[in-house]
Design a protein around this ligand. Structure first.
Ligand code: AMP
Length: 213
């Protein structure tokens, strides 16, 4: 099954992608995680992407499409995948369509997670990340067992630059302008389902379960 998670930054896509990995046994493909790995490894792509990311801007479409091109043909994608944070613009969606056509594949399901802007700002301010695994916590909604520490490794959690409030507001503006038109784009191409992302994490997962069954 090939699933695309759509929704504002901080709307819970990453958290629900982790749920779906276990539920369906398919990998999560997060362009944000892939880019952060490039930034950590200081690759050419990472050095280029870093400026855009810390400013809350989108990394150029051609960079993203080049990075994705090799990923969908990896062996772990044979039974499907969960796209998280990609595509984010119409040109990216068109580029993805071309890639899928070459692979004779199709996205089966688009899940749109809806959350109001002010709730996003509150959520992201409390977000903490374990940099090496990408595990995400929230000081109020999903706290780690020990404050400031990753549950599995005990390592320090951090606040990402792009989770600062002014950056978050800018990212939301870009989401409404560039990414939300994808909902209309996919309506005629795939099954599009909307979910209330302001429920608890478990309730959102249950709503996804209902859609899947
Ligand atoms: P995320 O972890 O998905 O919120 O992504 C973090 C940042 O990476 C975004 O704010 C963008 O700067 C960049 N990014 C991730 N995915 C994309 C994409 N598909 N297109 C453009 N930029 C992206």
């Amino acid at each position: 099954m090939k699933i695309l998670l759509l929704g504002p930054p901080g709307g819970g896509k990453g958290t629900q992608a982790k749920y779906l990995i276990n539920r369906l046994n398919i990998p999560q493909i997060s362009t944000g995680d892939m880019l952060r790995e490039h930034v950590n490894n200081k690759t050419d792509l990472g050095l280029k992407a870093k400026e855009y990311m810390s400013a809350g801007a989108l990394v150029p479409d051609e960079v993203i499409l080049g990075m994705m091109k090799g990923r969908l043909v990896d062996k772990d994608c044979n039974n499907g995948y969960i796209l998280d944070g990609f595509p984010r613009t119409i040109p990216q969606a068109e580029g993805l369509d071309l890639l899928l056509e070459e692979l004779d594949q199709k996205i089966d399901l688009i899940i749109v997670i809806k959350v109001k802007d002010d709730n996003i700002v509150e959520r992201m301010g409390g977000r903490r990340v374990h940099p090496s695994s990408g595990r995400i916590y929230h000081i109020k909604y999903n706290p780690p067992k020990n404050e400031g520490k990753d549950d599995q490794t005990g390592e320090e959690l951090i606040i990402r630059d792009d989770d600062q409030e002014n950056t978050v507001r800018k990212r939301l503006e870009i989401y409404h302008k560039e990414t939300s038109p994808l909902i209309e784009y996919y309506k005629s191409r795939s099954r599009v389902c909307h979910i209330d992302g302001e429920q608890s994490i478990d309730q959102v997962s249950q709503s996804i379960d209902k859609i899947l069954s």
